[in-house]
Design a protein around this ligand. Structure first.
Ligand code: NDP
Length: 255
């Protein structure tokens, strides 16, 4: 077996939350190219369908489920649909996320709650709902999408709820990794830096100094540069890695 075979996912079933655009779609593409059958979960059915069309033919079967990750009944229905149509889920990518910017004194309870519900609570709930069958089967790999914002304080925009949610994702990753390691379920995270997607306004000239010039590599990432790390953590290439938070930030957190 060559080392590259360890990255192959032939016969595996992968589920990517928020897989219909941005980083999630790039990860779903990478997993499909590696041979997995892929399910995309998101709320927007049009974007879900477009992503399925784009990914079909790359690897195994590709399907989507209309899912709001903040709702446990949706997550249970998502698990059941994917299991019925593709088979038991081997890989869970908890990627769905939202961000809000604002000074802390201006953010109301609804803002805090929405960010926590999507970015942290949903990772907990999806890990429980999907992780249960992984633990029972004694196999599985969960990759959570955290952020360098869970490690540092970004400038110049403030976003305390987002940063706290991502720090929570990193520690939830370590907690579940320790608990489920004896059951052969690995739990890891990636922590991207500034990445060009719909969620991030990284092209705004007023942010250039902070978001580009201050990055040691002096640029932002494309989503396609984040995806290979998720493939590594999802696959047997990382068979002895668990509880790790892999930073992909062009060096930003070095300062
Ligand atoms: P996008 O806004 O481009 O995509 C977000 C995805 O999440 C969409 O597919 C959206 O689908 C889905 N989503 C959001 N809320 C829900 C929900 N309640 N239920 C189901 N799906 C949901 O964001 P990015 O690709 O930029 O971000 C992806 C992840 O990467 C996030 O966790 C983000 O925090 C993280 N990240 C991003 C960085 C960046 O610079 N872009 C840097 C570091 C981390 P739909 O609307 O159809 O539900």
């Amino acid at each position: 077996m060559s080392v590259l075979d360890l990255f192959r996912l032939d016969g595996k079933v992968a589920l990517v939350t928020g897989g219909n655009r941005g980083i999630g779609k790039a990860i779903a593409t990478a997993l499909a190219e590696a041979g997995a059958s892929v399910a995309i979960a998101g709320r927007d059915e049009v974007r879900n369908r477009e992503a399925v069309t784009e990914l079909t033919g790359l690897g195994g079967a590709v399907i989507s489920t209309r899912t709001d990750v903040t709702r446990r009944p949706d997550l249970i229905a998502m698990r059941d649909q994917v299991t019925e149509r593709l088979g038991p889920i081997d890989i869970l990518i908890n990627n769905a996320g939202i961000g809000i910017h604002g000074e802390s004194l201006t953010i109301d309870d609804d803002g805090w709650d929405r960010v926590m519900a999507t970015n942290l609570d949903a990772v907990w709930k999806a890990s429980q709902v999907i992780g249960e069958s992984m633990v029972e089967r004694g196999t599985g790999s969960i990759v959570n999408v955290g952020s360098m914002s869970g490690m540092i304080i970004n400038r110049p925009q403030w976003h305390a709820p987002y940063a706290v949610s991502k720090a929570g994702v990193h520690h939830l990753t370590r907690s579940l990794a320790a608990e489920w390691a004896p059951r052969s379920v690995r739990v890891n995270a990636i922590a991207p830096g500034y990445t060009k997607t719909e969620i991030s306004d990284i092209d705004l000239p007023e942010y250039r100094h902070y978001w580009i010039d201050e990055v040691p590599m002096q640029r932002y990432a494309q989503a396609s540069e984040i995806a290979p790390a998720a493939l590594y953590l999802a696959s047997q290439a990382s068979s002895f890695v668990t509880g790790e938070v892999l930073v992909i930030d062009g060096g930003y957190t070095l300062w």
